[in-house]
Design a protein around this ligand. Sequence first.
Ligand code: C2E
Ligand code: MG
Ligand code: MG
Ligand code: MG
Length: 283
Amino acid sequence: EAKRRPHGHYQVFEPQMAEEVNRLLQLESDIRAAYQEHHFTFYLQPLIDLHARVLVGAEALIRWEHPTRGLVQPGAFIGFLENSDMINPVGLQLLDDVCQFIRRQKELGRFPAELRVAVNISERQLYDADFVGKCLSVLHKYKLPGSCLEFEITEGAALHNIDEVVDKMRKLQNEGITFALDDFGTGYSSLSYLKRLPVNKIKIDKSFIDDITIDPQDAAMVASIIAIASNMNLLIVAEGVETDAQAQWLSQYEGILIQGYLFDRPLQAQAFAQNYLPESPTF
Ligand code: C2E
Ligand code: MG
Ligand code: MG
Ligand code: MG
C-alpha cells in the first residue's frame, strides 16, 4: 500500500490524454461547423430482391464532404456524433435532405410509389421529446407520405425506455413509416428486442453473412435467424453481401433482400437516381 503512487498513473498518460481531449474538442467544433455549412450529405446504396432482381429500396448513408480532407466515411465520426447532442440537428438535416431528394425525383416522375429510402436513426434522436413531430413536419414540408421512408434502429436505441420508443414507433408507423432492426444479431439481447419492438424488417449483420459459405456454424445461425424472421412475417435483409457464393447460398430462401458490394456500393444521390430510378417507373 505504501508503494502506491496515486498520481503517477495520471502523469504517465497525461500527454496522450491531452492529445485525445484536443482531438475530440476539434472534432466537436468541426462537426458543428460542418452542420452549419451543410457539409454532411448522404449516399444511397440499393436494396435488391434477390429472386426478382429488382430494386426495392435504398439506404441513405451519411457522408462528410470535408473541405480539406475530402469525403469522410461515418466510421471516422459517427460514434462521436451519436454520443453528442449534435446528432439531433445533423440527423434532422439529413432526413430533410433525403425527403427533398425524394420530392425532386417524384416531380421528375422517377420515384416509384413502392420504393422506400431507409434512414438510420440513433438513440438520442428517438429520445428527443418531439422526434415524431419533427419527422412529420419534414414529410409535410415536402408533401410526402410516410410510405416513402423506413427508419433503421439498433436494439441499443431502445435500451433506456423501451415503452417510449415503442410508442413513437407506432405513431410513425401510423403515418406509413416502416422500421428495420439494424445490425441484427450483434447486440446482447437481439431476440428480446425483436419480441418487444414493432419492427417490419430485420437486417442480418454483415459479420454473420461474411462466412456463410465456409463456416457451418455461421450458416446455421443465419438459417435460424431467417426461420425466426419468416415465422414472424418480417422482411429479411442480408447486409454486406460481397460474393456470388453468398448470394447463391441465400437464394435457397424465399424473399431475401440483399444489400452489399456484390450488387452495388453506396452511390452519390444523383448517380443513384441516374442508375436506378427509371424515367417513367414501370414497377
Ligand atoms: P449500417 O447502418 O449497418 O450501414 C451499412 C454499412 O455497411 C454502410 O457503411 C455500408 O456502406 C456498408 N456496406 C454495405 N455493403 C457492404 C459490403 O458488401 N461490404 C462492406 N465491407 N461494407 C458494406 P457506412 O456507410 O460506412 O456506415 C457505417 C455505419 O454508420 C452504418 O452502419 C450506421 O450504423 C452508421 N450510419 C451511417 N449513416 C448514418 C446516419 O445517417 N445516421 C446515423 N445515426 N448513423 C449512420
Ligand atoms: Mg443501417
Ligand atoms: Mg447494419
Ligand atoms: Mg449500424
